[in-house]
Design a protein around this ligand. Structure first.
Ligand code: SF4
Ligand code: SF4
Length: 115
């Protein structure tokens, strides 16, 4: 959970600019998606391995091009507003659930949640 004093403004900045962030899923995220049969989510996840050992899971990687994308595929704009919501909020990765981890992190990455 983000720290006290934070309130998400639903501006979408963090989810529209994924390349500005270190975006990796955790082992727990991947296990959760597998258990839930969320192949649609897993299609956007690429394991990163050293030899046979997976040490990270890159997200969100375009399944067709294999490239990093700027805008998260799960981001939804609320009709008639400038506000955004996460389309997989109930199962979103830990890195999103915990963002930002501090006021400094928010300021450094352009999140206005402490303003
Ligand atoms: S940048 Fe900050 S305020 Fe804007 S949507 Fe992301 S978490 Fe919320
Ligand atoms: S999964 Fe949700 S919270 Fe995470 S980047 Fe995508 S839209 Fe944003």
């Amino acid at each position: 959970m983000p720290p006290d004093g934070f309130k998400c403004k639903q501006c979408g900045h963090c989810c529209l600019n994924l390349n500005a962030f270190a975006t990796c899923a955790s082992e727990d995220d991947v296990r959760r998606w597998e258990a839930a049969g969320r192949d649609d989510i897993l299609a956007w996840v690429v394991p990163v391995a050293l030899g046979n050992v997976v040490f990270a899971y890159d997200i969100w990687m375009d399944p067709e091009t294999g490239e990093d994308i700027d805008r998260c595929p799960w981001l939804k704009k609320l009709p008639g507003t400038e506000r955004y919501v996460c389309g997989i909020d109930d199962v979103k990765p830990d890195t999103c659930r915990d963002y930002p981890v501090s006021r400094e992190h928010a300021e450094r990455t352009g999140c206005p949640g402490f303003a």
